[in-house]
Design a protein around this ligand. Structure first.
Ligand code: X8Z
Ligand code: ZN
Length: 581
């Protein structure tokens, strides 16, 4: 069809959308299968194939985005208008139409993703692959060794910088061609609200939960000071980033043993120990997570899920270990790709990933362009909302622990959860604050690393273990930067997860303290939840949120309520302390 010959009538818009949906469905299935093969078997050839098809998909998506603009002034029904908007807004990395740009862009992005996945460090006389470096950061306790692993992992990302510079230039040009000021503005445009209002919205949400973070930060700083002394953890400075039990200091659950509440005998449940004591394998962890969803009335995963998923790291070939969930054909070819180990983090992550899969299945009956979430925080919140129901009572019910801990264990349990969920908030917020500054040119390439650390200090109150070298590209040490996955979704998800959870607990008539609620086994919650999931991206997120929770606003107060007992305790502990940084 010669698009330019068509007049921008409603009838032509209908024809246009039908053609777009058919063609994108076809090409994206092929692209997804190619991407799967590359991510689970990284070679020169699989990378070549993926780069080629992803360039083709980018070109087609950009072409359709431009054609959609022709209907900007046509009077269209709401669903068609929404599809046009989706076409114009939803390309993560657009290329300009200039010959060769899309190909260059996808060569770069494939190379960046591979560089991250295949990065290694030399430590203790061994070559350690990416996913094992994460485990070292979780388990080592010697500050010198932690600094060594932390610093060596960031040697890998230095080499990514030139590619990243070129990528930003091309994708920004692509965004400008589509009518945006820069790529950051394009990303912020995808939330059923004005892009500037969205930036204010995330700051508002952060303001709601920041007191919780500040108190957690203070308590952790003092505990680490006790453990490591004034020299390693001076009380008047941000915390050293490598001491927090995580490669990026984004969630701190692994240092629970160092920072657990004092003077309380009861302990949080040691999930890793419980999994190991009960002979859990990675496969069994996935099946356990699946059974949570089926307890809500969701259909079991298809056989092919277990045949085709990558649940553990295969031997003898390079793969992308960073966890992800896929629907290869938009019907029922659901899979996860993980390098699962038996530990608490991965138990959380299998729930997270299955949340994606059950969501993908729920909206698969929508028209092609609506097969997504209405706000990218939703996708990330589903599995995490379910994981909040992993209470001691639930763990006892599934036989992972013999006895539920006494009520005094509430504080340690909340502390454990806060170390992951609350600690994550400023990190979730700042990754894209940094990218927004990079895309807008507010930060120039020679300022990128310092700009990164300025945000890390401002929001997280952390600092690098030593001054960073001039050629460092530390943001590249986090998967989502070379992987080009927008990150604000995880911040939103952290807020939404508690909102969804509180709504589900209200639906089952829960009257106890919020943090003890588990909606395991509630088909009523399952049905109402599924009703929201099925809608996919066919309506604004405000409508979907309202249908499930009764409110049209994202709101951090459910999270604040959940952690209220911990907040009271922390405020008491921190009274008179030198908090802040
Ligand atoms: O990337 C993920 C998921 C895949 S969508 C494993 N997450 C973020 C991260 O690891 O940085 C989940 C929590 C935040
Ligand atoms: Zn996810």
């Amino acid at each position: 069809m010669d698009a330019h010959a068509q007049r921008a009538t409603k009838k032509n818009a209908e024809k246009f959308l039908a053609e777009v949906e058919a063609n994108l469905k076809d090409l994206s299935e092929e692209a997804a299968r190619t991407a799967w093969v590359r991510a689970t078997y990284i070679t020169y050839d699989t990378s070549w194939l993926e780069a080629r098809i992803s360039a083709e998909l980018t070109k087609l998506s950009v072409q359709y985005a431009n054609e959609a603009k022709r209907y900007d002034r046509t009077d269209l029904p709401a669903d068609m208008r929404r599809k046009m908007n989706i076409l114009k807004q939803s390309i993560t990395l657009p290329a300009p139409s200039e010959e060769g740009a899309a190909d260059r862009l996808s060569e770069i992005t494939t190379r960046l993703d591979n560089a991250y996945a295949t990065g290694t460090i030399e430590f203790g006389g061994e070559t350690v692959p990416q996913n094992q470096t994460e485990i070292l950061m979780r388990t080592l306790r010697d500050p010198e060794q932690l600094e060594e692993v932390w610093t060596k992992w960031r040697e890998n990302s230095k080499a990514m910088k030139d590619d990243y510079v070129a990528m930003v230039e091309i994708a920004n040009e692509g965004a400008r061609e589509l009518g945006y000021a820069d790529l950051g503005q394009m990303w912020r445009s995808n939330y059923d609200m004005d892009p500037d209002a969205f930036a204010e919205e995330v700051d508002r949400l952060w303001g709601q939960v920041k007191p919780l973070y500040d108190n957690l930060h203070c308590a952790v700083k003092y505990s680490l000071n006790e453990e490591y002394g004034d020299e390693v953890v001076p009380l008047d400075q941000p915390i050293r980033a490598d001491l927090l039990g995580n490669m990026w200091a984004q969630s701190w659950g692994s240092i629970y043993d160092l920072v657990k509440p004092e003077g309380i005998e009861a302990e949080a449940v040691d999930i890793e120990a419980a999994l190991k004591a009960h002979g859990y394998t990675p496969l069994k962890m996935v099946q356990q997570a699946e059974s949570f969803f089926t307890s809500l009335g969701f259909e079991p995963l298809p056989e092919t899920f277990y045949e085709r998923s990558q649940i553990t790291k295969p031997v003898g070939r390079e793969v992308v270990c960073h966890a992800s969930a896929w629907n290869l054909n938009d019907e029922d070819d659901l899979r996860i790709k993980m390098c699962t180990e038996v530990n608490a983090d991965d138990f959380q992550t299998v729930h997270h990933e299955l949340g994606h899969n059950f969501y993908q299945r729920a909206y698969s009956k929508q028209d092609y362009l609506f097969r997504n979430d209405p706000n990218d925080g939703f996708h990330e919140a589903i599995g995490d909302m379910v994981a909040l129901s992993i209470t001691p009572a639930y763990l006892q019910e599934i036989g992972l622990i013999d006895e539920a801990p006494p009520a005094e264990a509430d504080l340690p349990i909340l502390m454990q959860k806060a170390l992951d969920g609350v600690a994550f908030l400023p990190f979730g917020l700042l990754v894209d604050k940094w990218r927004w500054q990079v895309f807008s040119g507010e930060l120039q390439p020679n300022e990128w690393n310092d700009g990164w650390w300025a945000l890390r200090e401002e929001y997280q109150g952390i600092r690098p273990p030593a001054e960073r070298p001039a050629d460092a590209f530390d943001p590249g040490a986090k998967y989502h930067i070379p992987g080009n996955t927008p990150y604000m979704r995880y911040f939103l998800a952290r807020i939404l997860q508690f909102q969804f959870y509180k709504a589900a607990c209200d639906q089952i008539g829960w009257e106890g303290p919020l943090h003890r609620c588990s909606f395991y086994g509630s088909e009523e919650v399952g049905q109402r939840f599924n009703a929201m999931l099925e809608k996919g991206n066919s309506q604004p997120w405000q409508d979907s949120l309202e249908e499930f929770t009764g409110t049209r606003e994202m709101d951090g107060s459910a999270m604040v309520e959940y952690f209220r007992p911990l907040m009271d305790y922390l405020e008491e502990q921190n009274a008179g302390r030198n908090c802040g940084w």
